[in-house]
Design a protein around this ligand. Sequence first.
Ligand SMILES: Nc1ncnc2c1ncn2[C@@H]1O[C@H](COP(=O)(O)OP(=O)(O)OP(=O)(O)O)[C@@H](O)[C@H]1O
Length: 263
Amino acid sequence: MDNHNSTSDGDDELQHLVVKIVDEQRPKLRVSELSRVLEPSGLSILSEVSVEILEGSVVGIIGPSGSGKSTFLRALNRMWDPPKHTVFLDNQDIHDLDVLSLRRKIGMLFQVPALFPGTVADNIRYGPKLTGKKLSDDEVTKLLALADLDSSFASKNGNELSVGQAQRVALARTLANDPEVLLLDEPTSALDPISTQAIEDTILKLKKTHKLTTVIVSHSVRQIQRIVDIIYLLVEGKIVEVLRPDRLSEASHPMARKFLELS
Ligand SMILES: Nc1ncnc2c1ncn2[C@@H]1O[C@H](COP(=O)(O)OP(=O)(O)OP(=O)(O)O)[C@@H](O)[C@H]1O
């Protein structure tokens, strides 16, 4: 009986600890009633989207083609300029930040990597150089390693790389800016499984070591299930479901069910 009680107390303590840890995760990004209507057609692409993205979390955005996923993602670092008072980073309206420093804090990776002319090292040094910082060879090697590339890549030219290698260089280049948030727009849909895994591993590693917050748009439900903490399902510009990756089958919205069945 005593033993039973002490186990139950232990469970309570654990529960409190879990609640405390969850409580301590603060919102990194807050989106408040974000809408986008295309002129002159009047087509609504995003409709009053409100979400909180917790620091250190990996958030997945899924949904049918044309549902507004990329538009939502691009709003977060002003690749598409959202209205004022709709997107906040650390509680600050992103319009109050200089756009270049915003994009250093919130880095982005696209489906197809576009490297600048020059070597891989030139690419990785590009961002820090803009702020007057020259990365050492050692720092370049560390960034390459983070993207699972060895130091021999530093001297290669961008056009010598496979798409998967180029995407990993693009990731290392983004990470060179020491971002707090990473936006990934279908980053592995053109990649082989090894490069895909390298990118997923890097995201999970940086979540642990740097509390990096990641928002990923992906058509791969399996990928989403492998790496994200929470899933937002976007249909016709609206978030229709918020799901845990292990509870995707519980989605109830008809379009969500169809999308998941066909994925
Ligand atoms: N600048 C623009 N001008 C006109 N239409 C646009 C523009 N940007 C987006 N759209 C339209 O808005 C809708 C949402 O686009 P968006 O790229 O955000 O969707 P998505 O969910 O990312 O799609 P996909 O999965 O196919 O990449 C689409 O119908 C698209 O054609």
